[in-house]
Design a protein around this ligand. Structure first.
Ligand SMILES: Nc1ncnc2c1ncn2[C@@H]1O[C@H](COP(=O)(O)OP(=O)(O)OP(=O)(O)O)[C@@H](O)[C@H]1O
Ligand SMILES: [Mg+2]
Length: 325
C-alpha cells in the first residue's frame, strides 16, 4: 500500500461532520440571512442573548461556535461553555456549571458565551430559574439557547433573546456540500447517489454527510442503492407505489408494500409518515385525493407521536384510502 493510500485510509477514520464543520460564519451554507445578522453583532462586538431554533443538523451549534471563534480567536474554547439542558444529572448540575463559569468571567466590558443545547427540554419551572440566572449574570455572559421548537420556550426568555429560526437546508445547499466532501475525500458518487443522499437528508446536513461517510465505508462507488440501504429510507417510488395501490382500492397490495418497507427494509413507521408527507404533491393525485391523504397523514402522525402503534396507524391510513371513492 502506498503512503498516499495509508494516509487516505487514516483520514477516513475521522468523523466527517466534525472535519467539515464550518469554522466561520461565512462558511456556513444556506442560512445567509441569519449569518449576516450574526456577523454584524460580531463586528460591533455587541452580542445580545440569542436563541436558535430549528430542526436537527442545520447549523445551530456550528453558528454558535463560529461566533465564539470570531470573537475570541484561537483560544475561543476558554470563553465558550457548551452545556446540554437535558443533562441526565439534572438541571441543578447545569445551573451550578453556569454559575461557576459566569463567576469566573473577567467582568468589565468583556463577556463569555454559554451555549445551552436542547433548551426546550427544560420544564417551565427550570426555564424560570434559567431566566433569573440570565439576568443575574448578564454583565459577564451571553447565552445562546438552542432548541428544536421555540414554542416550548417560555415568553420571558424569548423576549430576552434575539430569536433566529434556522430553516431546513435547501436541496441545492446539501448537494453542493456533499459533492465538495466527496471530491475532497476521493469518493466516487453517482448522480443518483447524490440525489438519494439529498432526499434522505430532507434538509438535515448532518444526515447527508453521515450518510455519505457510511455509504463510502465499503470503498465502492456510492450509488442510489448504497444510500437507501444505509440511511433506512424508502425510495420515493416505493412510497408512491403503496399510495397508488391503496387509492386504487387494492388494500392487500398496499399492505404488502408497507410490510416490505417496515419489515424487510427496517424503516421506522414514523419515517414512512414523514416521507409520505413530503411526497403528497409529487404523486399526481387530484386535489381531493391529496387533501384526503394529507388529512389522514396528520391524524396518523399525531397518534404515533402520542404513542400509538405505528404499523396499525399506517395500515389504518392505507385502509381509509382504499375504502371510499
Ligand atoms: N449550514 C451548514 N453549512 C455547512 N455545514 C453544516 C450546516 N449545518 C450543518 N452542517 C454540518 O452538519 C454538522 C452538524 O451541524 P450542527 O451541529 O450545527 O447542527 P445543529 O443545528 O446544532 O443540530 P442539533 O439540533 O441536532 O443540535 C456540522 O458539523 C456540519 O458538518
Ligand atoms: Mg446542535
Amino acid at each position: 500500500m502506498s503512503e498516499a493510500d495509508t494516509e487516505s485510509r487514516a483520514r477516513r477514520d475521522e468523523i466527517w461532520i466534525e472535519k467539515y464543520r464550518p469554522e466561520t460564519l461565512d462558511d456556513i451554507v444556506g442560512q445567509e440571512t441569519i449569518t449576516e445578522r450574526l456577523k454584524s453583532y460580531v463586528a460591533r462586538n455587541d452580542l445580545p442573548h440569542l436563541m436558535f431554533s430549528g430542526q436537527a443538523g442545520i447549523g445551530k451549534t456550528t453558528s454558535a461556535q463560529a461566533i465564539a471563534r470570531e470573537l475570541y480567536g484561537e483560544d475561543w474554547q476558554e470563553h465558550f461553555l457548551e452545556l446540554n439542558a437535558s443533562d441526565q444529572r439534572g438541571i441543578d448540575v447545569v445551573r451550578d456549571r453556569i454559575k461557576n463559569f459566569a463567576r469566573s468571567s473577567f467582568g468589565g466590558s468583556n463577556y463569555r458565551i454559554i451555549f445551552l443545547d436542547e433548551a426546550d427540554s427544560l420544564t417551565s419551572d427550570a426555564q424560570s430559574a434559567l431566566r433569573r440566572t440570565m439576568e443575574e449574570f448578564s454583565n459577564n455572559v451571553r447565552f445562546i439557547l438552542s432548541c428544536n421548537y421555540s414554542s416550548q420556550i417560555i415568553d420571558p426568555i424569548q423576549s430576552r433573546c434575539a430569536v433566529f429560526r434556522f430553516s431546513p437546508l435547501s436541496d441545492d445547499a446539501v448537494e453542493e456540500q456533499v459533492r465538495i466532501i466527496a471530491e475532497n475525500e476521493d469518493i466516487e458518487v453517482t448522480d443518483d447517489g447524490v440525489d438519494a443522499l439529498v432526499y434522505a437528508a430532507s434538509g438535515d446536513m448532518r444526515k447527508a454527510i453521515n450518510g455519505l461517510q457510511a455509504a463510502a465505508v465499503t470503498g465502492e462507488v456510492v450509488d442510489e442503492d448504497a444510500v437507501y440501504a444505509i440511511t433506512s429510507t424508502a425510495r420515493p417510488e416505493e412510497i408512491k407505489e403503496m399510495v397508488t395501490e391503496a387509492l386504487e382500492g387494492d388494500f392487500l397490495a398496499a399492505k404488502a408494500t408497507l410490510d416490505e418497507l417496515l419489515t424487510d427494509e427496517g424503516i421506522a413507521g414514523g419515517d414512512v409518515i414523514d416521507q409520505l408527507h413530503r411526497s403528497v404533491w409529487e404523486f399526481d393525485l387530484d386535489d381531493r385525493a391529496a387533501v384526503k391523504l394529507l388529512d389522514r397523514i396528520g391524524e396518523a402522525d399525531y397518534r404515533i407521536t402520542e404513542g400509538a402503534n405505528e404499523r396499525i396507524q399506517l395500515e389504518a391510513l392505507l385502509a381509509s384510502l382504499a375504502l371510499d371513492d
